[in-house]
Ligand binder design. Structure first.
Ligand SMILES: [Fe+2]
Length: 507
């Protein structure tokens, strides 16, 4: 997927999350966004010198996790994974949506990702990088020049013994086609590989449309290769490498965003050892919905280009692409151990550090042990507020930005400290009411959804937004936190205020 960001209009009687505001509106408030301390870059100065065990311990002490604890399910998985520290038998760098030549930043990001994957691998007890796995949209348009650039950069970064396992994305069809892609990259669009005893099956879409059966033409091929891989060893994971995720699996592949392909699910779920590595959505892979397990396993592998967020439906979170998300990129370092367990560590290119989370598949095929199930939409933990959290409100007119003397309206900035959750906090719902003196009752004015910016490894500590308010009216704002699975906090933050002519907090 790829989107253009459309600036929101600045409507004085809507209110805005700081992440949705054009920069100049944030700056006019005269305050700098306070962020957590930027996590110390664990690479290369530190990470290279540590084992994964010490790295995890030191990460846990970082300021980010001190405020937003690492999810318990991930923590358990990390300790499970950590037991097999020295038992890695295969390592791959899995990246998606490189979009070379979308802008200059993509090439620089791709180079840094390759460099990190190599240097990190060399620093580990198992010091090999067995493959770069790129799950499509390696270029922005799929032209010959862009594909050659991709191949050149990848080949420069590949050490002897490092494979390239590639499939096409929808963007490879904008100015290209399958024949061109295969001839420039020197690989088949649909293929099966074996690496260190593990099977990889690549499958590419037939065209650039996501939602009209782009893989239908290849289902027979996929069935045949899955069967062959499964027969070879029914106890080992089979890695399927394809761009458009199967619907309905990972975040973004199902409604309301619906970026999934409808033609893969039935085939994949015949083989419970499948681990489906996908891209296309550009969704942040630290969102736990990017790990999915049913009768097989699937991962959304993040993006090296424009991070996108789901809209979540029902008028929620209406912006797919936040302005700041342009600066963020993620990819996985995937390791398989002697017991066939799989660990995916998510790396953030913006802060050059790993997220404090690890996805872990203990035994592909043992579906009763799967934890990344749809049950999380019902039974995962709700967000909670840290003790003492209050909404702070302050008027803006002193900064000379917003006060409109003729219409007797002003803007009020509201801010609060982020809630926390064992899964990430997806965002917040703000319910605004105004008191109707005639009816002697509160009237609903607006409901707005606010971003937590959880895709950032250095996400801001506070959420800030702006409310248009008229003189002498009483306002009540209530904030509910939402988990990644859209479960709501039991408690709401609440504030009441009035502009008359100073801002008066009423509760
Ligand atoms: Fe893409």
């Amino acid at each position: 997927m790829y989107f253009s960001y459309n600036s929101l209009e600045f409507d004085s009687f809507r209110f805005y999350n700081s992440t949705s505001l054009p920069d100049h509106n944030v700056l006019r408030l005269g305050r700098k966004e306070r962020k957590f301390r930027r996590p110390r870059a664990v690479f290369p100065e530190r990470q290279l010198m540590t084992t994964r065990r010490t790295f995890l311990k030191s990460s846990a002490a970082a300021s980010f996790t001190a405020v937003l604890p690492r999810p318990a399910s991930f923590a358990k998985n990390e300790s499970d994974a950590d037991l097999a520290e020295n038992d890695v038998v295969m390592r791959c760098c899995v990246m998606s949506d490189v979009h070379l030549e979308a802008s200059p930043r993509e090439l620089e990001r791709f180079r840094r990702a390759i460099r990190f994957a190599n240097e990190y691998s060399e620093s580990q007890p198992y010091d090999k990088l067995d493959a770069f796995v790129v799950v499509g949209d390696m270029t922005h348009h799929g032209s010959k020049e862009q594909l050659e650039l991709f191949k050149n950069e990848l080949d420069l970064g590949r050490k002897p013994g490092t494979d390239a396992i590639l499939c096409m994305g929808n963007h490879e069809y904008i100015k290209g086609n399958r024949e061109l892609w295969e001839s420039v990259l020197g690989v088949k669009a649909n293929a099966r590989y074996e690496r260190n005893g593990y099977q990889f099956i690549t499958v590419s879409p037939e065209h650039g449309n996501s939602n009209d059966g782009p893989y239908l033409y290849a289902i027979e091929f996929l069935e045949k290769e899955l069967e062959a891989a499964y027969r070879q060893d029914p106890t080992k994971p089979i890695f399927v490498v394809q761009h458009i995720p199967a619907q309905p699996t990972v975040y973004g592949s199902y409604e309301p965003d619906d970026w999934g392909a409808v033609d893969l699910f039935d085939t994949l779920q015949k083989y419970p050892t499948v681990v489906d590595l996908t891209g296309h959505t550009h969704c942040p892979a630290n969102d736990p919905r990017c790990a999915w397990q049913g009768r097989f396993t699937a991962f959304g592998c993040g993006t090296l280009s424009e991070m996108c967020l789901g809209t979540e439906g029902d008028g929620r979170f209406g912006v797919w692409l936040l302005p700041e998300s342009l600066e963020y990129g993620q990819f996985f370092m995937m390791e398989v151990r002697r017991d066939d367990s799989i660990t995916l560590k998510l790396y953030d290119l913006a802060t050059e550090s790993f997220f404090d989370m690890v996805y872990y598949v203990g035994k592909a095929g043992d579906i009763d042990s799967y934890v990344y199930t749809n049950d999380r939409f019902v039974n995962s933990e709700k967000p909670t507020w840290r003790e003492g959290t209050k909404i702070k409100a302050r008027p803006n007119w002193r900064e000379g930005t917003s006060f409109d003397a003729t219409q007797k309206r002003t803007f009020v900035t509201l801010e609060f400290t982020q809630a926390y959750c064992k899964d990430v906090v997806r965002g917040y719902r703000a319910d605004v009411k105004r008191y109707d003196e005639n009816a002697n009752d509160w009237v609903e004015l607006e409901t707005r959804y606010l971003e937590s910016e959880y895709f950032k490894r250095d996400m801001p500590e506070t959420v800030r937004f702006i409310l248009g308010a008229v003189d002498d009216a009483r306002y009540r704002v209530e904030i509910t936190a939402l988990s990644a699975f859209l479960l709501e906090s039991d408690e709401k933050l609440s504030v009441e205020f009035k502009i008359s002519p100073q801002l008066m907090l009423l509760s």
